[in-house]
Ligand binder design. Sequence first.
Ligand code: DGY
Length: 324
Amino acid sequence: MKIFVSRKIPEIGYQLLRDAGLEVNSWGDDRMLTKEELIGYAKQHDALICMNGEKIDKDFLNECKHLKVISLYSVGYDNMDVAEATRLKIPLGNTPDVLSDATADIAFTLLLMTSRKAIFHHKRILNQQWDFFRPTANLGIELKNKTLGIFGLGRIGMEMAKRCRGAYNMNVIYHNRSDNKRAEKELGAKRVSFDELLSQSDIVSVHSALTPETKGAFNYAAFSKMKSNAIFINTSRGGVHNEEDLIKALNEKLIWGAGLDVTNPEPMKPDSSLLSMPNVSVLPHIGSATEEARNGMARIAAENAIAGLRGEKLPHPINPEVQQ
Ligand code: DGY
């Protein structure tokens, strides 16, 4: 059996695939494959390990319905047409859990950097504007005892909430489709409506998946309902916020600042006005970029692929109904 890996992944993934007796071929370049190229490679293989930036849409799936499994090297699967894969009976897998700490660390880092304008100050040093100790200039805001509002309190949101509660005794509220009993018990978190989340939070941190329901949820109307000293953090998907509306909200001081690990589009345009705002921190989608998380993702992606090729249940399925 042959498997194709669409980007270079950590060695542990290849090792597991080879130990399972598979012939492994991998794209070695830094550039992403085009859709046509990916289809071309997938057609010559029995299984695929692919990335979130690659569209596994209806066209792709119908061209490649011979695939015995598609294993995504990512927890978010907004790039996949899950309904079509399920209709074609192709098992899909993803890589949850192993990146929760790393991604929550980036949300927490963005919060700290934004609240103290760290990137802005660093850029001033580079521009030889050290300008030491002006008592009223370029001040940040403190985080102790603030209210953290989590939009989408799952595994990553829980880790962010734990960090904010532990470090700053924050009061945690959240907006979810269902209750998170563990967060309520361990952190005293309270489930609220979307409007309550917006109006009560000092920090809103987005951890939801990108779905038709969450797409563009943070638009001008939503930002207008937030506190004027609020910080908006997004480490999930750029599509959950409307970036033009975010820029407008920051310019109009409807909110205080923003920290983004995900933008819309990605890559962000280098002339985006977000990059020159003192109260904004932007990172290039590095939430899962630690040795530990990326090794864990490689292990799970390989385990999903191996199980699928053996006709066994995937350890981390996206559409488990295919294998019922
Ligand atoms: C994920 O795993 O969803 C990361 O955002 C990388 O795509």
